[in-house]
Design a protein around this ligand. Structure first.
Ligand code: GTP
Ligand code: MG
Length: 192
């Protein structure tokens, strides 16, 4: 099966409340630690360089909205857990992310929580998972950067992630090889 082609257009970046939050179109939001590959994953799904990515953590600094097929939004978030940020900056991002996810009026379709498969689930990720469950949001976990795992490590690393995630769906992914693209595409485009 070939992947469906997505028409993707950058719309805007926001720092707080904005009309786009109340726009009724569903939002698929990509969250995770800084540098885990959120922006690259969006680019890999849409098949072009739309979201800005960087080898240095802290690249995405606002909530970036991309309109997909005229019908839903992909939303790229700043990362959490980036230790080199000042205390004030960390607090700013924590509040912005929590407001957007849990208190804004946004119409969530799905949250895609991205983790680094070569690092595994960190305490920051555990905290996010617990908050998403607490707030009853629909989410999936993406075990990203799987291309970095040697074959000998891969099974054990992925098994540990799936075991800890229990019933939460886990998609094994690589923006470098496109492994998992079809599976993730099905989840994000699934009729709701
Ligand atoms: P912030 O915006 O800082 O929160 O980062 P981010 O999560 O958006 O990460 P970004 O997409 O900017 O990628 C960070 C680095 O990881 C870049 O150097 C990417 O090239 C690299 N990267 C992203 N996805 C993959 C992947 O699947 N495999 C490998 N090997 N590297 C990846
Ligand atoms: Mg980013």
């Amino acid at each position: 099966m070939t992947d469906p082609t997505l028409e993707a257009v950058y719309v805007k970046s926001i720092n707080g409340t904005d009309d786009i939050i109340r726009d009724n179109k569903l939002k698929v939001t990509f969250i995770g630690r800084s540098n885990v590959g959120k922006s690259s994953l969006i680019n890999s799904l849409v098949g072009k360089k739309l979201a800005r990515s960087s080898s240095r953590p802290g690249k995405t600094v606002k909530l970036d909205f991309f309109l997909i097929n005229h019908s839903l939004f992909f939303v790229d978030l700043p990362g959490y857990g980036f230790a080199n940020r000042s205390k004030d900056a960390l607090e700013h991002y924590r509040k912005l992310i929590a407001w957007y996810l849990f208190r804004s009026e946004v119409n969530h379709k799905l949250i895609v929580l991205i983790i680094d498969a070569s690092i595994g689930i960190t305490d920051y990720d555990r905290e996010s998972i617990n908050l998403l469950i607490e707030h009853g949001l629909d989410f999936v976990v993406v075990a990203n950067k799987v291309d970095k795992l040697k074959m000998s490590q891969r099974d054990r690393a992925l098994k540990a992630i799936q075991t800890e995630c229990k019933d939460i769906p886990v998609v094994v992914y690589s923006s470098v090889t496109s492994e998992g693209k079809g599976a993730l595409m099905n989840l994000v485009l699934k009729k709701k």
